[in-house]
Design a protein around this ligand. Structure first.
Ligand code: ADP
Ligand code: MG
Ligand code: ZN
Length: 586
């Protein structure tokens, strides 16, 4: 099964090939340049835009991976203007299409959309336009559902294709094809029909986040033979990444004091887990004199756009939002994105935190890492095939104490990475590697024994119950049978997380009609601990572990002095492969 950090099989597309497509002496180059300036009113291309346009104009199939806000749309809108007929654009959300149509209208590019809410007359006019030699529109936006469900649309596409009027197919948010992406949408799975029916119509797939595994999956699903993949560097040098330990009681206080202090008068987003959390946290911030408003899927559309609008115009300082606050947000001067709860995957985290600092000025991305949140998310993603693995990757990112946060993301996105490029713009690089490597073998045996014992008595334990039992806070009869720990609660939690991430524990879900419960059971590696030679080590923050009885294996201290360790959870020794120190292609 594919993993989040598999190897990229670099395509046969070389640096020289890229150079060739960066040129501006193609037969269409003049027209492209004129349209860039006169229609789109832009003075010059951003990195990779010209190459993407030339590749697509040359008839190549293309996957374009570029961070949100860098201008992917131009890479099919401009070719659409310079080609005969029209370009079919598949996009996941009607609201996204409407934003684009509004923009295109403002620059006088004829574009239309067909979706579930199109009127009969509009649909009729648009379907007729598809086979009109005079091409009344250059772009046709549709939802994937429309392709999957409307035979009429398919028949018109076929007719347009036969007339040479189907110039190009653009699949926006192409990662939605793959369940390995962060936003799988079942209707995207059916889009392979397009390439099968119209094999020589060039396809361009666009996304902000996709690992090579996701792209390979998309390629298969879309039936694209040999696409060229262009990847813009994912790194956002102006973003500072930080992980803080979450103490539920004062998490909101910490967030409030950051907003009132460091981020005074600056715009930001606080991401939370649920609609209820959005309401609660927003109210808590309001009580502390912060102009905050909640935002979640269960609000009236008009209310949602009001909040969005007032935040964009700085009348609201902070939006306390669920992930529903996402696509279509393009405010440039967001100075902080704080996660009150961890994201469900690194892809999601990159995407959500990436809404900070679009203007290229410094901005902060802080995530509060809480023990119980892991299991809330775990049960939420229980239906997703890859949900647990993706969550584990996110948790590993938070547990990490010794790798640059950027390096961890780079590895995840299959990028080559040089640690120096971080410029101390993450907490690990800034504060030095001040951690201790600990032998936790005996602790692991002790805590696994608790779960084993419970299971022998036909009892299941939640992570919280395991913690309590081990710390001696469980029922008295239990206390007699187990070896209590002298670790702190924080350390206990970290050890349990470590054992879960490394397969000594695993998830045991149980469904009731109302909710899903999370229990810990022994994992596939638990049996290894019966073997006396087996040992487990993990890295922990030095400060957080000074009183502990954990056996030290080795110490590693960064040269840089650290001012203060605030709520840093002891952390994880990574099984991470180290990133190659090679610069990426431009
Ligand atoms: P993406 O789809 O990659 O998230 P968009 O295509 O929506 O990004 O573009 C984001 C913004 O960047 C738009 O406002 C667009 O006009 C702007 N933009 C695109 N290309 C350029 C360029 N070459 N120069 C300046 N601005 C650009
Ligand atoms: Mg886009
Ligand atoms: Zn770093």
């Amino acid at each position: 099964q594919p993993s989040g950090s598999g190897k990229t099989p670099k395509s046969s597309f070389s640096k020289q090939d890229l150079q060739h497509y960066e040129d501006s002496d193609f037969s269409w180059s003049k027209e492209v340049q004129v349209n860039l300036c006169n229609i789109f009113q832009l003075s010059k291309f951003r990195p990779l835009q010209r190459a993407a346009i030339n590749l697509s104009m040359s008839g190549k199939d293309l996957f374009l991976v570029m961070p949100t806000g860098r201008g992917k749309s131009l890479c099919y809108q401009l070719p659409a203007l310079c080609s005969k007929g029209f370009t079919l654009v598949i996009a996941p959300l009607v609201s996204l299409m409407e934003d684009q149509l509004m923009y295109l209208q403002s620059v006088n590019v004829p574009a239309v959309t067909l979706n579930a809410s199109s009127s009969k007359e509009d649909s009729k006019r648009i379907l007729a336009g598809m086979t009109d030699k005079n091409s009344p529109f250059k772009l046709l936006y549709v939802t994937p559902e429309k392709i999957a469900k409307s035979k009429l649309l398919m028949s018109k596409l076929e007719k347009a294709f036969n007339m040479g009027l189907l110039a190009r197919i653009a699949v926006d948010e192409v990662h939605c094809c793959s369940q390995w992406g962060h936003d799988f949408r079942p209707d995207y799975k059916l889009l392979g029909i397009l390439k099968r029916q119209f094999p020589n119509v060039p396809l361009i797939g666009l996304t902000a986040t996709a690992t090579s595994n996701v792209l390979k999956d998309c390629q298969k699903i879309l039936c694209v033979q040999e696409p060229v993949t262009l990847t813009a560097p994912f790194n956002r040098p102006n973003l500072y990444y930080e992980v803080r330990f979450k103490d539920n009681e004062d998490c909101t206080d910490q967030i409030a004091s950051l907003i009132r202090g460091r981020y005074k008068n600056q715009s930001g987003i606080v991401y939370v887990f649920s609609q209820k959390d959005a309401e609660v946290v927003a109210t808590e911030l309001q009580k502390r004199d912060i102009v905050a408003q909640p935002y979640h899927a269960n609000m009236e559309p008009s209310h949602k756009s009001l909040v969005h609008q007032r935040w964009s115009s700085k009348k609201i300082q902070v939006v306390v939002a669920t992930v529903a606050f996402g696509m279509g947000i393009d405010k440039a001067d967001v100075r902080f994105v704080i996660h009150h709860t961890i994201s469900k995957s690194i892809e999601n985290y990159y995407q959500e935190s990436g809404r900070a600092g679009r203007d290229d000025s410094p901005a902060d991305c802080i995530v509060f890492f809480g023990f119980m949140d892991i299991f809330r998310i775990s049960t939420m993603v229980v239906m997703e095939n890859t949900g647990q693995q993706k969550l584990h990757n996110m948790v590993a990112y938070c547990q990490n104490v010794d790798r640059c946060r950027r390096a961890m993301m780079a590895i995840h996105f299959d990028e080559v990475w040089n640690d120096e490029e971080c410029n101390e713009m993450c907490d690990v690089c800034r504060h030095g590697n001040d951690y201790i490597t600990m032998d936790i073998t005996q602790h692991a045996r002790d805590v696994l024994h608790i779960v084993e014992l419970a299971s022998s008595m036909d009892e299941k334990l939640t992570p919280l119950k395991v913690c309590d039992a081990w710390l001696g806070k469980g029922p008295a009869k239990q206390r007699k049978m187990i070896k209590l720990t002298s670790l702190s609660r924080l350390e206990v939690e970290s050890v349990i997380i470590h054992l879960l991430l490394h397969g000594y524990f695993s998830e045991d879900f149980s469904f009731t009609p109302y909710t899903t419960h999370f229990y810990l059971k022994l994992g596939r590696k638990a049996a290894l601990l019966k073997n006396s030679g087996h040992s487990i080590t993990m890295k922990m923050r030095r400060r957080g572990t000074s009183q502990s009885t954990v056996k030290k294996v080795s110490e590693s201290s960064g040269e840089k002095s650290r001012s203060k360790v605030e709520g840093k959870r002891p952390a994880e020794s990574g099984d991470q492969k180290s990133a190659k120190k090679v610069k990426p292609l431009p």
